[in-house]
Design a binder for this molecule. Structure first.
Ligand SMILES: [Zn+2]
Length: 274
């Protein structure tokens, strides 16, 4: 599932191909994504308009299109790519923006949990976006923010940091990786984290996301590719997908358990439950 680094990599990958381009035409093969695509409104508004900028808030991509904003979420399995307009559609290509450059931005989403929404005013005030925690790589996401959000929570720290109102854009992979880096057991209740450990965890989350974005940079060329759908970049994880392999710090075997319906990987030795 795309998490914040994959969405940021997507943004960087498509940015120079779509900004300052004029939209000639929009097409929609299927409207029934997580929410129905408001295709009528989009079709009435976008042709002839320029894409001024593409930004990101949490895992939402925001395309400033002069008269309003296209909000795109990749859901569980979505990806965006830029292809020449005469290239054949693939299975699960649901939505397209044709640009005057001769290129098309295509959204592919096999599981259809993604979203394409239209917002005529401020996208940051959109009901899906306004409650998202501060950007995790910005200064507002810091020790005090995290400590105040979790200090009265008995829930385990892993689902807490996967909650977008506490930490933006961290899903299962980066939650596992960040907790390992911070030496925190995934089941530790939020209320047990001291300010000092919140500081360590915030730093671990930032480092984990930064290094994933850096790693994604090497896959940017794949975003203009008529043949392929960009695979989310492969990384060297410390715990994720490493069940029974030796911990990179202490050589104990990495454990995999299903907690909160999600695969949870950790090192029992490095991440003690206290
Ligand atoms: Zn270990």
């Amino acid at each position: 599932m795309p998490e914040l680094p994959e969405v940021e990599t997507t943004r960087r990958g498509i940015e120079r191909h779509i900004t300052h381009k004029t939209i000639d035409k929009v097409c929609c093969q299927r409207q029934d994504l997580r929410w129905p695509i408001p295709f009528g409104t989009i079709k009435n508004n976008l042709p002839g308009k320029k894409i001024i900028a593409i930004s990101r808030r949490g895992k939402y991509l925001l395309l400033n299109c002069e008269v309003g904003w296209l909000i795109i979420h990749l859901g569980m399995s979505g990806s965006l790519r830029v292809v020449p307009m005469n290239s054949k559609r693939k299975l699960h290509d649901h939505f397209e923006l044709f640009m005057d450059s001769g290129l098309v931005l295509r959204l592919n989403d096999p599981r259809r949990f993604g979203a394409v929404l239209w917002e005529p005013e401020d996208p940051l005030a959109h009901r899906l976006i306004k409650l998202i925690a501060p950007e995790p790589l910005g200064n507002q996401f810091n020790r005090d923010w995290l400590f105040n959000k979790i200090k009265r929570r008995q829930a385990s720290i892993k689902p807490l940091i996967m909650n977008n109102e506490i930490v933006a854009g961290v899903g299962n992979i980066y939650a596992n990786e960040s907790l390992f880096k911070a030496k925190i057991h995934p089941l530790l209740p939020g209320e047990k984290l001291t300010k000092e450990r919140c500081q360590i965890l915030v730093k671990a989350i930032k480092e984990t996301l930064r290094s994933a974005i850096k790693c994604g940079g090497s896959s940017l060329k794949d975003y203009v590719n008529a043949d392929g759908i960009p695979g989310y970049f492969q990384q060297n994880y410390n715990v994720y997908n490493r069940e029974k392999l030796p911990c990179k710090k202490c050589e104990s075997n990495i454990i995999k358990k299903t907690y909160f319906q999600r695969a949870t990987y950790f090192c029992k030795n490095c991440q003690k439950i206290n």
